[in-house]
Design a protein. Structure first.
Length: 259
């Protein structure tokens, strides 16, 4: 299975990097994890067919994770996609995104391909093709909700990471976290081949201290601030100091890796 990190920047605008988006390509299916990066432009540049992706995972409503969704749908429409697109995520997030597409004039009757919306719940597996998705809730937006939910009751403050199972292997996408302990429901399920993890909202050492407790073969760091761009050796050293023995990779935009 191959992963292309379309964007690795955090929520701050970066001069050289795009926001969140990871394209997962398996032999018989494809998956886009969040869409804050300019996925439509990348697909066109790389001459990737308009039937990609099969599935779009939306973790939460921050624009650095959702800001390019409508542009992707518009591009797929104009490139005459016909295959269905399956969109997974928190129920209220999907409702908001569906409404947003309609407000962007991307009506189901117009775009020429069906979009199927699949709300998921933490801990309940959802099977699509060769993939099994099991969401887990994070506390990324809990503090924000405590201050603003009463004033904005129609806003969704849910954020879900996902345990992805494919051909007997487990992969974890963190989405955004308040603390790495929120990864535990996914990490304790068994050996994890690859953890695709953010590194913005907590100290680097806390990540490796937590994952060292579980059978994680490799950590692929994404969604990180610019000041970490050239610090991969330092991150590997911290990982070893915290007794994490797996591989550590600092991701860069538009680079493909077998995971």
């Amino acid at each position: 299975m191959r992963a292309i990190f379309l964007g690795t920047a955090d929520g701050h605008t970066s001069a050289r990097r795009e926001h969140s988006g990871i394209l997962i390509q398996a032999e018989e299916s494809s998956l886009l994890l969040d869409c804050g990066a300019a996925a439509a432009r990348f697909f066109l540049y790389k001459k990737i067919e308009a039937d990609v992706p099969d599935v779009l995972w939306i973790s939460h409503m921050h624009s650095d994770h959702t800001g390019q969704v409508s542009q992707l749908i518009q591009s797929l429409w104009l490139r005459t996609r016909r295959a269905p697109l399956h969109v997974l995520g928190p129920a209220d997030v999907l409702s908001d995104m569906k409404d947003w597409l309609e407000k962007c004039l991307l009506f189901p009757e117009l775009i020429g391909f069906p979009i199927h919306w699949h709300p998921v719940k933490p801990g309940k597996p959802y099977v699509h093709g060769p993939f099994t998705f099991t969401a887990f809730a994070t506390q990324h937006l809990t503090s924000l909700a405590s201050h603003f939910k009463r004033a904005y009751p129609k806003t969704c403050f849910d954020c879900y990471g996902v345990l992805l199972e494919y051909e007997g292997k487990r992969y974890v996408y963190s989405a955004d976290l308040a603390h790495p302990i929120e990864l535990v429901p996914a990490l304790k399920a068994g050996k994890v081949t690859a953890l695709l993890c953010e590194l913005t909202h907590f100290p680097e050492r806390e990540l490796f201290k937590e994952v060292a407790k579980y059978p994680v073969q490799s950590v692929w760091i994404t969604h990180y601030p610019d000041h970490l761009v050239r610090r991969e050796p330092e991150l590997k050293l911290i990982a070893r100091e915290e007794k994490f023995r797996g591989e550590v990779h600092l991701m860069h935009d538009r680079v493909a890796h077998e995971i």
